[in-house]
Structure formats: C-alpha cells, structure tokens
Design a protein around this ligand. Structure first.
Ligand SMILES: C[S@@+](CC[C@H](N)C(=O)[O-])C[C@H]1O[C@@H](n2cnc3c(N)ncnc32)[C@H](O)[C@@H]1O
Length: 250
C-alpha cells in the first residue's frame, strides 16, 4: 500500500492544496481498498473507471495498481461532479500518480453516454456514488455497454445499509451475463436476525402459488442470494444476448 495511504489512514487526516491537514470522511476503507486491489490483480484491467471520487482514496488504491502494471497515462477514468477543494488531485500529484488519471467533472449521467458513443472500452468499474437506485442503475447500464467480457463492476454500499444499491446489486446478480465474483465484509448475522430470517423464509415458503400470484417479486432474501456484503464485485462472463422481451424479478 502507498505510504501516503498508510499515513492518511493512520491519522484520519488528508492534506489539502494549501498544506493544511483536514479530516478524512466519505472514503473507502482500508480493507475495502485492499479488496479493490485484489480484484484488480485477478482481472488485470488495462483501463478502469470510477464513479465518485471525493478525496480520492479509492482512486489512490486503483492508481497504485496501474503504476505497478506500468500502464500508460490516463488509464483511470474518474467521474466526479463536485470539486472537493482539489484535495484528491493534490494527493494524486503528491503520490506521482496524477498522469494516470482522466477526470471528468460532471455527473455520471452527463458523461457515460458520451464515453459509450466514443467506444471507450474498460475492464474494471468501481461505483461509489449517490445512493439512488435509478441513478446507480443508469450507471450500470452504460458501464455494461463499455465493459469487456471478463471485466468487473464493483458496487460499494451494498449489504443492506443503502436499499437503492442493494436493489441494483440484486438486479446485476439476476442478469444472465454476470456472476458474483467476490464480496468484502459480509454483514454479521446476529442470533436475532438469524431467527427473523428463518421465520420469514419459512412463512414465505408456505404461501401457495406465490410465483404465479406474485410474479413481479423475487421473494429470496439478500442473505439467501449471498448478497449481504458491503462491497460486491460482479464479473461479466458473457456478451449480453438477452432477447428483446427478457424480464426477471429481482
Ligand atoms: C462516498 S463518496 C466517494 C468516495 C471515494 N470513492 C473514496 O473512496 O474516497 C461519493 C461521491 O459521489 C459523488 N457523486 C454524487 N453524485 C454523483 C453523480 N451523479 N455522478 C458522479 N459522482 C457523484 C459525490 O460528490 C461524492 O464525491
């Protein structure tokens, strides 16, 4: 891990362009950053994309990997609409990693369609943005168009704490051309939750003809789908060959 990141995590402070140390917040954790790097080593992407930069903590983990693999300038596309006082960019430069970035200062829905139209190809995307289901779904839609087979979409903030992201994770998990690759930090199952889940699942299973009368609902719990992780990587295993009328409850 970068010495810069070690120092940031140890102190919970990050330097701003004026040389002042400010409190760290809204960032990807150290453990999750190491998970992101592990996925990078598995997939070995040449080009990556990240939505939501903030102070640039996750970006530093990803950029470190690009340098390790000796990738060219602008290998990491970042989309972030707000300036965050230039702190991320200052720290990228401090770590000698700024040249590896290609930053777009707009909302993802203003940038992604243009990247698709330019036929930009990626093999790795980390989505850590606003928590609205429709927003994250449109990010996933456009990322899928840019993502090579074998590439990954990694979603932060699953695990149930952000229902919009959890729904998006359930959707991705239900797509025939994606598969679960790995998760970071499984939500703990307390005895109380274990009992509640068992009772709920038992009650749902008792409902007769549930699939016929509730066709729009996938009644499986996040736990039974193995989607209760803070961060989940989904791998694109095939091209999208769904027919025009494909549909699924997720
Ligand atoms: C949790 S923070 C990202 C943290 C960052 N990945 C890190 O590890 O330091 C979420 C970021 O998403 C950005 N954001 C919000 N709406 C967005 C949008 N529509 N498109 C792109 N980024 C957005 C916010 O400004 C914020 O910086």
């Amino acid at each position: 891990m970068l010495t810069l990141l070690e120092n940031i995590f140890t102190s919970s402070l990050i330097e701003n362009p004026q040389g002042k140390m400010v409190s760290l917040h809204s960032h990807t954790s150290r453990g999750q950053g190491i998970f992101l790097q592990g996925i990078f080593d598995q997939v070995k992407p040449k080009k990556t994309l990240e939505i939501g930069m903030a102070f640039g903590i996750s970006s530093l983990f990803i950029l470190e990997k690009h340098r390790e693999y000796d990738h060219p300038n602008k290998s990491h596309i970042i989309i972030e609409p707000y300036p965050w006082k230039g702190i991320a960019e200052y720290n990228f430069a401090k770590a000698g990693l700024f040249e590896l970035t290609d930053i777009y200062y707009k909302k993802s829905y203003e940038i992604l369609p243009g990247l698709v139209a330019e036929n930009i190809r990626i093999q790795y995307a980390y989505v850590d943005t606003i928590k609205l289901f429709d927003n994250v779904m449109q990010d996933i839609f456009f990322i899928d168009k840019m993502l090579d087979v074998g590439g990954v979409i990694i979603l932060d903030d699953c695990g149930g704490s952000w229902p919009g992201i959890q729904k998006a994770a359930r959707f991705l998990n239900s797509l025939p051309h994606y598969e679960f690759l790995g998760g970071y930090r499984k939500s703990p199952l307390t005895l109380k939750r274990k009992i509640a889940l068992a009772v709920t699942t038992f009650a749902i299973n008792l409902v007769p003809f549930k699939n016929r009368f509730l066709p729009g609902f996938n009644l499986k719990t996040n736990r039974s789908l193995d989607l209760e992780y803070r961060c989940i990587a989904f791998k694109k295993k095939l091209e999208d060959t769904r027919s025009w009328d494909w549909d699924i409850s997720f």
